[in-house]
Design a protein around this ligand. Structure first.
Ligand code: F6P
Length: 370
């Protein structure tokens, strides 16, 4: 069913940046302009809707043209800016007394879309951003979501863009750390992002020939990790690489958290240091920690991520044209399809501990600390 009413759409990027965001934006803009639609980019998640003109260096809404997007496929980051503290349903506002309270500004956003004659929104983001976008769809706005996260923890899509780039870079870093670990006969603990999912740790750890991989889905016993390291030091080699997902936790313990403000997502950190400290004591070896952190979110997207992002962006526009709303584009190999956002909201895709990838790691002699 063709929807000829669309004349002007908006696009935004929400949550943590991920390689491939700009490629999605490019495909959205090109496919829309080629249909004769106008495209407005909303700056910094939804914040652009609230910003006055020319604040702080340009309007909150940017009219996107071919010139703006022609060279951005290979660029990391997002030309629109983003925020992972920008939930318009829990928008922090200062009261007259100076206290900060959370207010629901979603109706102002819908009103903003009407005021700017925006017929539809392409929302590029992770679970939080897509759930927000879905609530706008329920209030009558046409919305198509595009799933993004380096963590690869979104349901109903085979993969999210950004993940391949993050895993490729993590693998390269692990390769490099082998050199120092071997030269100094050390244990090197490598901490990678991923929140509550172990996808980055698992895939990069296997590909980078780690000796141990600790993921949130398999709580670890540090003594078992140390025993495994002793056995390889006795028989095989005198150094080791231990890959730790930031969400990894000991049996009966919890994730390492740096910061937890009420109403906000926990900031994870410290998992690698915790493991390193305990291994130093249990093995008496020299242990060093490398935290890859935000390095995994930067840089130019891999070919896989570029293509996936371009396919997602173009499919989002075709979906709007076909009359879809309240859905996200998803990779269902070999094709890209449309999945109701309701089916993925507030759910996480975690590593299946019985999967062939986990079994492969075990067959390779990699220890999960269980
Ligand atoms: O969700 C993506 C992610 O990079 C996580 O892997 C990580 O825990 C989090 O974002 C870090 O967010 P921030 O940019 O707020 O430090």
């Amino acid at each position: 069913m063709l929807d000829n009413k669309i004349k002007r759409i908006a696009v935004n990027t929400g949550g943590g940046d991920a390689p491939g965001l700009n490629a999605v934006i490019k495909a959205v803009v090109m496919a829309a302009l080629n249909r004769g639609w106008e495209v407005l980019g909303i700056r910094d998640g939804y914040n652009g809707i609230f910003l006055p003109a020319n604040y702080p260096k340009g309007d909150g809404l940017i009219n996107l043209t071919y010139a703006d997007v022609k060279d951005i496929t290979s660029q990391g980051g997002t030309i629109l800016g983003t925020t992972n503290r920008g939930n318009p349903m829990k928008f922090p506002m200062k009261t007259a007394s100076g206290d900060v309270v959370e207010v629901d500004r979603s109706d102002e956003i819908i009103e903003g879309f009407r005021r700017h004659n925006i017929d539809a929104l392409i929302a590029i983001g992770g679970d939080g951003s897509l759930t927000m976008a879905n609530s706008f769809a329920k209030k009558g706005l046409k919305v198509i979501g595009v799933p993004k996260t380096i963590d690869n923890d979104l349901e109903k899509t085979n993969i999210t863009f950004g993940f391949d780039t993050a895993v490729s870079f993590a693998t390269e870093c692990i390769d490099r750390l082998h050199t120092t670990a071997e030269a100094h006969k050390r244990i090197i603990v490598v901490e990678v992002m991923g929140r509550t999912a172990g996808w980055i740790a698992l895939n990069s750890g296997i590909s980078g020939s780690a000796d141990v991989i600790l993921i949130p889905e398999i709580p670890y016993d540090i003594q078992k990790v140390a025993d495994h390291l002793h056995s390889i030091f006795n028989e095989d080699k005198d150094y080791a690489i231990v890959v730790v997902a930031e969400g990894a936790m000991p049996v009966g313990g919890s994730m390492s958290v740096i910061e937890h403000e009420a109403g906000k997502e926990k900031r994870l950190g410290g998992a690698g240091e915790r493991v390193a400290h305990e291994l130093q004591q249990l093995t008496k070896k020299e242990v060093r920690t490398a935290i890859l952190g935000h390095l995994l979110r930067g840089g130019s997207p891999t070919t896989f991520d570029r293509l996936l992002s371009l396919r997602f962006g173009a499919a989002a526009i075709r979906g709007l044209e076909e009359g879809y709303s309240g859905v996200m584009v998803a990779l269902n190999p070999p094709t890209v399809n449309y999945v109701p956002i309701d089916q993925i909201a507030n759910k996480l895709k975690l590593v299946n501990v019985e999967s062939d990838t986990v079994k492969t790691a075990r067959d390779l002699g990699i220890c999960f600390g269980d």
